[in-house]
Design a protein around this ligand. Structure first.
Ligand code: HEC
Ligand code: HEC
Length: 491
């Protein structure tokens, strides 16, 4: 067709869709499943979480226990007995992670997700995997101040651990991720993490997966179609849901306490030094990893009673005087919200715009200035494996973290109310209004010259040491190798 006759057709096409073209189905993003391609229902192996408050928990031999279950095949109505994998949720974590209805856990999906997690195939040049920045050898983080990704690009922020991310209400330091499935799609398109390509990062990643016969086979078996972005995100999330950390010395002391109180019939479920000492003695007896966490060796066995007192003191500081549990609360020690501790503030008490954290992510029309400079409260299990700390990675040791809180964080105009000495601030305002002398070192902000006074904890050296000891007692036993050893897969 001559060009001059084609022109009106093209013009017509553009005129017919003056606003935007119809959204076209993106086969790289999602496909509908074809049951015929999937592993038959009777051979699919569901995974279920069993928590310590369920009777069968105690009897489970290990983290990953295979059993059987009677089901009804929805396609045929036939009764089938299927294999099932029971995941023993570690002591101290009383809830099973929530699993989205559209992404049920199966052993086959978990295996696929684990492979993807450790495979550099998701990065453009085949050099970076999820595990590069969330490595089991480094507490599912990377041990760096801020992460390094593709082409050695230095990222702006500290890599958080994947430990217990299954329980996060929000993902990322500023909460911009809503689920593990949602989060897992981010790094593949991030030029500081895994993407160094030219067109659409996920179209490229999916093309690489579709060129790999092993992955094509596995995606078909699990999802009933070729690799897609949706399915890859689901599989990775299924694996991450089993990166569970608990079973710390503190959890074991609590369990012993509950046993003791039940036997005493006193009804007073309160930890005593003797509970920590008993947990420690058991740890000495089994030569457990918590000894090294606390800086102990087998020769220190006689110090268990003395150590028990320090651990109890550390625990009491965490929950009372040092006010840590104001924000680090629940099984995974987070309130699932965001606070400004001033981590990103300058020495002059100013907060740069790129440190505005959660506030930047709030939808327009919902901006709440109490979230300026606020970052997500991270859990505090496994800390000995996940240094350095804070979203900036600025604090190298737990001692430094405790010193940071002891001085009340870093002053800035939006310092969280829980970090401030509001009584001292009120007294300051009153004195100033009455023309009385005020402390010249207090920083004031805005036209009203609002004073911000960080709440000092005034911890003694011994208290700081005991608090650090308690944090170390939250470290927890290593994960089952099936989860943490990249090369290990169930039979
Ligand atoms: C180059 C390093 C890097 C790579 C590669 C990477 N991540 Fe991350 N990850 C980070 C950093 C840094 C953050 C925090 C980013 C932020 O909060 O803005 C993060 C955040 C997360 C979080 C949120 C945790 C929380 O508590 O908020 C999860 C989960 C996670 N990554 C999983 C993954 C998965 C799955 C992959 C692979 C698809 C992956 N990451 C690849 C560095 C990396
Ligand atoms: C007002 C709420 C709040 C209080 C009180 C609080 N924290 Fe935090 N904690 C946070 C938030 C938010 C972060 C992350 C801050 C950031 O990076 O900007 C954090 C980070 C941490 C980290 C770093 C964890 C990591 O993976 O990087 C540790 C350790 C910690 N807190 C321990 C403590 C201890 C110990 C106390 C008591 C002395 C305490 N926190 C009191 C909210 C709080």
């Amino acid at each position: 067709m001559p060009a001059h006759r084609l022109l009106p057709v093209v013009v017509l096409l553009f005129c017919a869709a003056p606003t935007r073209a119809q959204p076209k189905l993106e086969p790289a993003d999602f496909l509908l499943p074809d049951e015929a391609k999937m592993t038959p229902f009777k051979d699919r192996v569901p995974m279920v979480f069993v928590t310590s408050n369920q009777p069968e928990w105690k009897a489970l031999a290990g983290f990953w226990t295979e059993g059987t279950r009677d089901d009804v095949d929805p396609a045929t109505g036939a009764k089938v007995t299927r294999k099932v994998v029971k995941i023993k949720v570690p002591l101290g974590i009383t809830q099973a992670p929530a699993v989205p209805a559209e992404n049920p856990m199966t052993a086959e999906k978990w295996v696929l997700g684990k492979k993807l997690y450790y495979d550099e195939i998701l990065s453009t040049d085949g050099t970076v995997a999820c595990a590069s920045c969330h490595s089991p050898a480094k507490g599912f983080s990377d041990g760096r101040r801020t992460s390094t990704g593709i082409n050695s690009a230095l990222g702006p922020i500290n890599s958080p651990t994947v430990f217990n991310a299954a329980y996060n209400r929000f993902q990322f330091w500023d909460g911009r991720g809503s689920s593990l499935e949602d989060q897992a799609q981010g790094p593949v398109g991030n030029s500081k993490e895994m993407f160094g390509g030219k067109s659409d990062p996920w179209e490229e990643a999916v093309a690489r997966l579709r060129a790999n016969p092993g992955y094509v086979k596995a995606f078909n078996a699990v999802f009933g179609h070729a690799p897609t972005r949706d399915a890859a995100a689901k599989a990775v999330a299924a694996y991450e849901r089993t990166v569970l950390l608990g079973d710390s010395l503190h959890d074991r002391a609590e369990a012993l306490m509950r046993k003791r109180v039940t036997e005493e019939e006193s009804g007073k479920f309160v930890l005593k030094a003797e509970d920590y000492a008993a947990a420690l003695k058991a740890e000495f007896a089994r030569k457990g990893p918590a000894l090294a966490d606390l800086g102990l060796t087998e020769k220190d066995a006689a110090t268990a009673d003395e150590f028990g007192k320090h651990l109890l003191n550390g625990r009491d500081l965490f929950f009372n005087k040092a006010r840590c549990s104001n924000c680090h609360t629940g099984d995974t020690y987070t309130d699932h919200t965001f606070h400004n501790l001033g981590v990103g503030a300058t020495k002059d008490g100013e907060l740069p715009l790129d440190e505005f954290g959660r506030f930047l992510r709030l939808p327009t029309g919902h901006k709440d200035q109490s979230f300026v400079g606020a970052f997500k409260t991270p859990g505090v299990r496994g800390l000995l494996k996940t240094a350095p700390y804070m979203h900036s990675g600025d604090e190298k040791t737990l001692e430094q973290v405790v010193d940071f809180y002891d001085r009340g964080g870093n002053v800035n105009a939006w310092l969280d109310e829980k970090m401030r000495d509001t009584a001292a601030e009120a007294a300051y305002v009153k004195a100033r209004a009455e023309g009385k002398p005020v402390d010249p070192s207090v920083r004031t902000y805005g036209p009203t010259k609002k004073p911000i006074i960080p709440l000092k904890l005034n911890l003694s050296a011994q208290e700081k040491a005991d608090l650090v000891l308690f944090l170390k007692a939250l470290n927890g036993d290593p994960l089952d190798p099936l989860v943490s050893d990249p090369a290990k897969f169930p039979k």
